[in-house]
Design a protein around this ligand. Structure first.
Ligand code: SF4
Length: 100
């Protein structure tokens, strides 16, 4: 399966901001380099080096179905995630063309 075919339907721009802010996420504790940056983030491309095998917590659609479908509509859940992305994109000074 190609990278694109395997992507969630969440409109991720692959900015990498979330991958630089994993501190405090229990499921990703062993991925943290110690500075909040995921050890699998490719700094050159901003892509995940284990994308096809990334944990469920990194898969918006999967985590929605497993944990949040009973609490939010998918649209509302996406919107909450987009707001988190925007906060992190501002914090990381992400290029405008990659912002949500
Ligand atoms: S911060 Fe949002 S847009 Fe950027 S890589 Fe993470 S999920 Fe994708």
């Amino acid at each position: 399966m190609s990278f694109k075919e395997n992507r969630d339907s969440f409109p991720c721009t692959i900015c990498g901001a979330c991958c630089k802010n994993i501190k405090g996420i229990a499921e990703l504790a062993s991925f943290d380099l110690g500075n909040g940056i995921c050890k699998y983030l490719d700094k050159q491309s901003n892509c995940c080096r284990i994308y096809a095998n990334r944990p469920e917590i990194c898969r918006v659609d999967v985590i929605y179905e497993k944990r949040y479908a009973g609490h939010y509509t998918k649209e509302a859940f996406y919107q909450l995630n987009i707001e988190s992305c925007r906060f992190l994109q501002e914090k990381e000074n992400v290029a405008q063309n990659l912002r949500l």
